[in-house]
Design a protein around this ligand. Structure first.
Ligand code: ATP
Ligand code: MG
Length: 653
């Protein structure tokens, strides 16, 4: 096998470029000059970034690196909630809106920094009264309501690490997470609104904690007013308990390495891992990146991150980053299609949102619904768009730019992981030329490289392989909760001494990075290693395709063959039309990227299996395509999707 073949292939050719708009570049938080200067001394750069925060005690050194364990700003002391709330009030911004919250049924709340600070202090006092103390874990299982933010910050304020579990997860998923981190208090709600109906939450908590004797208290926010079971020895109403607490609470400063939260990953590639993040480095990273990547102007911007609070994007870019920067954010409880498919764009218009941060899955869904939906709303307040979660297909990127961004807004395609804590690779909107499908450059202070199989650093030009981080960064995963060995094994053993991200990537001829999807998902066709995203993006560039996922299945002649699962745009097709459609798509891929990438089998499906954070779970598609039993499905949004897909397979029919 030649060297060229031994790395991931580099097949798709995308040539459209969008330089920074002149006005934005001139007034950008990070200019081209500042970017250049920032890259020169990594530790000095991060030290200056840390100085944007308010510390109660200065660090001894910037970094204590005991590979693979990084301790940032050792001996430095700070309180995260103080940094996100009190210091803005003290600086005279108490009346600035922190959260504009929109409920799914149409109710809304506007919460200033002063009001949020007061409520967090009350919740912190309650947690202390309930015996919670620094270091003890608190589980949060809430819908997208302001109390979720209050609960997280109250935990941070008293130094009790939280673990937020998606409101959509089952009792079983909640139980395993409570058990894994040994949480003693659970904060939940009676229910939440999704798709126009009140869906229960408390019942799952009841089922989960039945087998968790360590849980002393369950705090219940009243959101829907639905009937719930009540255990008087354990359950407490949030509004009764929080409301009677004092609004005074003196924040304690914690050591920079104090645990802030444990968050279980999406489970796209396997069983979720409990990722531990600590305080000083994490807040430094998320505050700086939120300010720089989104070019945040806290006095004038209205920022909206559409993620759920239960995944890392919600932690870093709804709660900690924006609040540390004094931003005004919008937060939305429900689904994008309730009560109608234009709900998001209606909210952008109503709240004059200027920055929106969402995921490729949402963009592809809006593409499928049609251009005429966003067209009905005034989206002229938008000035910057962001994407996160998966590689974005160039066609979806262009749709986002044209139909949401009015052709004028830069798009920041931000690469990061639960483990990285915050954005590590992204264009800076005032500095870099954006390209549809490219995450552009490592941020200043980030040492990203692409390695080949033999651990060689590839030149930063026309080369594809494995994305690695060769130096620690603030906000880096501290360990996998309770399992240092697994931490070493998962991230530090593939290439000793460097962090293995698990994603394939390439440098293009300009030295920009393109993410090629999971290394586990790479297909091997007659010795050619082909990335999933390139074939999928080629399929999505066909006018009749809304979404596509490809996987390799065993093949006697080529080793593996490409199987494509395709969601068409528009109406259903007859079998004969379906066959013609499949032939069309195969030809389209062959002409776009070459015959080697042509799917052997194309299955037209209505839905793809996705995690709650919207990522395609190719491992499950690989299981069905290879006729194997399905792996872990606990993080799947909707498990019936897999049954529908299995029905489509000739082998199962
Ligand atoms: P698990 O690790 O449990 O399998 P997961 O990797 O899906 O789950 P996350 O930490 O939520 O959990 O996702 C991080 C991954 O998402 C990255 O490794 C990458 O594959 C993908 N990703 C995130 N942002 C981007 C992006 N902008 N471009 C390409 N891929 C991205
Ligand atoms: Mg991962």
């Amino acid at each position: 096998m030649s060297d060229r073949e031994s790395t991931l292939s580099d097949l798709l050719h995308e040539t459209r470029v969008f330089p920074p708009p002149a006005g934005l570049a001139a007034g950008a938080n990070v200019t081209a000059e500042a970017f250049e200067a920032a890259g020169r001394d990594r530790l000095a750069f991060w030290e200056r970034a840390a100085e944007r925060l308010s510390w109660a005690g200065r660090w001894e050194r910037v970094l204590d690196w005991q590979p693979p364990f990084a301790h940032w700003f050792p001996s430095g002391k700070l309180n995260v909630a103080y940094n996100c709330l009190d210091r803005h009030v003290e600086a005279g911004h108490g009346e600035r809106v922190a959260l504009r919250w929109e409920g799914e049924p149409g109710d809304s709340r506007t919460i200033t920094y002063r009001a949020l600070c007061d409520e967090v202090c009350q919740a912190a006092n309650l947690l202390l009264e309930l015996g919670a103390r620094a270091g003890e874990r608190v589980a949060i299982y809430l819908p997208m309501i302001p109390e979720a933010v209050v609960a997280m910050l109250a935990c941070a304020r008293i130094g009790a690490p939280h673990t937020v579990v998606f409101g959509g997860f089952s009792a079983e998923a909640l139980r395993t997470r409570i058990e894994d981190c040994d949480a003693r208090v659970v904060i939940t709600a009676d229910g939440g609104y999704r798709r126009g109906a009140a869906s229960p939450l408390k019942a799952s908590v009841d089922a989960a904690v039945r087998d968790c004797p360590g849980v002393r208290h369950v705090l219940v926010v009243r959101r829907t007013g639905q009937t719930i079971d009540w255990d008087g020895s354990r359950d407490l109403w949030w509004h009764e308990q929080v409301g009677r607490q004092s609004r005074e609470h003196t924040p304690e400063a914690f050591e920079s390495d104090h645990p802030l939260f444990i968050l279980y990953t999406s489970g796209t590639t396997g069983k979720p891992k409990g990722i531990l993040h600590t305080t000083g480095g994490y807040l430094t990273l998320v505050a700086w990146t939120h300010w720089a990547v989104f070019d945040l102007k806290p006095e004038t911007d209205v920022y909206w991150c559409t993620a759920d609070i239960g995944w890392v994007t919600g932690h870093s870019y709804i709660v900690y980053g924006p609040l540390a920067n004094g931003a005004s954010s919008m937060m939305y409880e429900g689904t994008p299609d309730t009560p109608h498919k234009g709900r998001w764009w209606e909210l952008v218009e109503k709240n004059r949102v200027s920055i929106i941060y969402t995921a490729p899955t949402a963009i592809r869904t809006c593409m499928k619904w049609g251009d005429e939906i966003p067209e009905q709303f005034d989206l002229s307040s938008l000035r910057l768009l962001g994407s996160v979660g998966e590689p974005i297909n160039p066609e979806a990127w262009m749709w986002y730019r044209e139909n949401i961004g009015g052709g004028r807004c830069p798009i920041v395609d931000t690469w990061w992981q639960t483990e990285t804590g915050g954005i590590l690779i992204s264009p800076l909107p005032g500095v870099h030329t954006c390209k549809p499908g490219s995450a552009s450059r490592p941020l200043p202070g980030i040492s990203a490289e692409i390695y080949d199989d033999a651990e060689r650093v590839l030149p930063r030009k026309d080369a594809a392989g494995y994305l690695v981080l060769t130096e620690p960064w603030p906000g880096m995963i501290r360990t996998i909760w309770g399992d240092d060995d697994r931490y070493r094994e998962v991230y530090w053993s593939r290439f000793p001494g460097v962090y293995f991200a698990g994603d394939g990537a390439k440098w293009d001829s300009d030295g920009d990075i393109w993410l090629l999807g999971r290394v586990d998902d790479v297909m091997n066709i007659s010795g050619h290693r082909i990335s999933t995203i390139e074939v999928e993006s080629s399929l999505v560039s066909h006018p009749d395709v809304a979404e596509a996922a490809v996987v390799g299945s065993p093949d006697p002649t080529t080793g593996q063959a490409i199987v494509a699962f395709v969601i068409p745009r528009g109406s259903a097709r007859t079998d004969a039309e379906g066959e013609r459609f499949a032939r069309d798509l195969r030809d389209h891929v062959a002409s776009e990227i070459g015959p080697i990438a042509k799917p052997k089998q194309i299955l037209v499906v209505a839905e793809l299996p996705k995690t709650r954070s919207g990522k395609i779970m190719r491992r499950l598609l690989r299981d069905v395509a290879s006729n194997r039993e399905l792996g872990d499905v606990t993080t799947l949004t909707d498990s019936s999707v897999m049954d529908l897909i299995k029905e489509k397979l000739p082998t199962a029919a």
